[in-house]
Design a binder for this molecule. Structure first.
Ligand code: PFF
Length: 449
């Protein structure tokens, strides 16, 4: 199909395929190991209201901006800005996105590798015999300290990403998203069923949802904005890339709304699957690796059929990580195929290998390189800090300013294709012009301080 850029480009096979792929990018580790804890810790239902406001005021406008830039140009993030405003330095915004994507992919695949290892160990019954939290912690420390093993699983996960992305947009990313996303949902429902039927599970629900408006402070609002931003995969051009494979009939407003709704629903459901079980077992709430690789294995150890439940959980987490990682890889691959004219298979292997190599220092951060620090951070923490706290917000601000000011006329024309909602367009325009840059700027400044 011919697109505005004039290059012949693959398109999504169906709207639902595109939505599942975009939701697959959004739904990742951030939804499962971070959001539920933040929700519970930062005011429960009160936080949820703030979070929804952040999604509406920042998330949706920036996601629409990315998609409109992608569809309008029919290009990767660097090429998109070049096609839409040639001869200006705006392409640098795309280049920042590309750099951010490589770094996120580098450490994301490390964590995804741990998840694969825990999936293997769950299925073979190796990690479901913990009696104490110390035992579960020691097992995790032993595993992440074994650098050879960690790099092996990091490699294995990278290969999975290559297998999907090398098959193309429709035959790879879309096809696998259509299989994996419903599977993820089903696994989540099964885990919720188990979690909610445990005696004492009500405590977990109370932790998650009990409204506490006194917790809502400026800091918590910034936290909600940052979480919404990261969770929706914004600021580095994933949605530009996925948008570039869209046809002109797709309504961008309803598509972004659906993706955001799915992302939020899964994040809340993840909390309902996890915390009732954690509290029923008398454990404390936590987040990140401590929750996923220590507390939950202990929970599964104490439950009948724990190995099966544990296998389900790590499969779910692997799926969530895979559909996010492939979106990051696709950004790089679309750049290489559009701009460097590489064939897809070559682009996929070289780009994935680059991210893999960059990820090795992060993989070693918990083992042989745990003492190697840059700015007082291990490579793993450095990558995470640099991308989530600095580069993504910078990318987000640039994208909003581009769509709202620099390329406003084009954005209007493109946005109104497949839509008749003029008022919605005006609301969108003013949020990307003013609200989103100020809000994301505030996140950036507070992160830097
Ligand atoms: N949205 C993913 C998550 O919540 O885990 C992470 C992510 C993927 C962030 C892709 C940014 C991105 F471009």
């Amino acid at each position: 199909m011919m697109q505005a850029g004039g290059n012949s480009r693959e398109t999504w096979g169906s709207k639902i395929g595109f939505i599942l792929a975009a939701a697959g990018s959004a739904i990742g580790l951030g939804n499962i190991w971070r959001f539920p804890y933040v929700l519970g810790e930062s005011g429960g239902f009160a936080f949820l209201i703030v979070y929804i406001a952040c999604v509406l005021l920042i998330g949706l406008p920036i996601m629409s901006a990315e998609m409109v830039i992608g569809r309008g140009s029919g290009r990767n993030p660097v090429g998109a800005f070049r096609v839409l405003l040639p001869g200006t330095p705006w392409w640098l915004a795309g280049a920042v996105g590309l750099l951010t994507g490589v770094i996120i992919l580098a450490y994301y695949t490390v964590v995804a590798g741990w998840t694969l290892a825990y999936l293997y160990e769950s299925a073979t019954g190796l990690i479901n015999s913990f009696n104490t939290a110390e035992a579960a912690q020691q097992a995790f420390d032993r595993f992440v300290g074994n650098s050879g093993l960690v790099v092996f699983f990091h490699f294995l996960f990278t290969v999975l990403c290559i297998l999907v992305v090398s098959q193309g947009v429709k035959g790879g990313i879309e096809r696998w998203s259509k299989i994996l996303m419903p599977t993820l949902f089903l696994l989540l429902l099964l885990l919720i069923g188990r979690s909610l039927t445990l005696p004492g599970s009500g405590e977990g629900l109370k932790f998650l949802f009990k409204p506490d408006f006194s917790k809502i402070s400026g800091e918590v609002i910034l936290l909600a904005m940052g979480q919404a931003f990261y969770s929706l995969s914004l600021g580095m051009g994933v949605m530009i890339t996925y948008g570039s494979y869209l046809d002109k009939r797709t309504n961008l407003f309803s598509s972004t709304g659906t993706v955001a709704l799915l992302d939020m629903t899964i994040a809340i459901l993840a909390g309902v699957a996890i915390f009732p079980a954690v509290f029923a077992m008398g454990l404390e709430a936590s987040s990140g690796p401590g929750l996923t690789y220590v507390a939950l294995p202990l929970v599964f150890s104490k439950l009948p059929f724990g190995a099966v439940l544990s296998t389900f959980f790590f499969l779910l987490l692997s799926i969530a990580a895979l559909t996010s990682a492939i979106s990051l890889l696709e950004v790089m691959v679309s750049f290489a195929t559009d701009e460097l004219k590489w064939v897809r298979s070559r682009a996929t292997v070289i780009m994935a290998a680059t991210a893999f190599l960059l990820g090795v220092p992060a993989a070693l951060s918990f083992g042989v390189w745990s003492e190697v620090k840059v700015f007082d951070l291990t490579f793993f923490n450095l990558y995470d800090f640099l991308t989530a706290n600095i580069l993504l917000p910078i990318g987000g601000i640039l994208i909003a300013l581009f769509a709202g000011w620099a390329w406003k006329k084009g954005a209007e024309q493109e946005m109104m294709q497949g839509s008749t909602q003029k008022t919605l367009f005006r609301v969108w325009l003013w949020t990307v012009r003013i609200v989103a840059p100020i809000a994301v700027g505030a996140i950036l400044i507070s992160n830097l301080l």
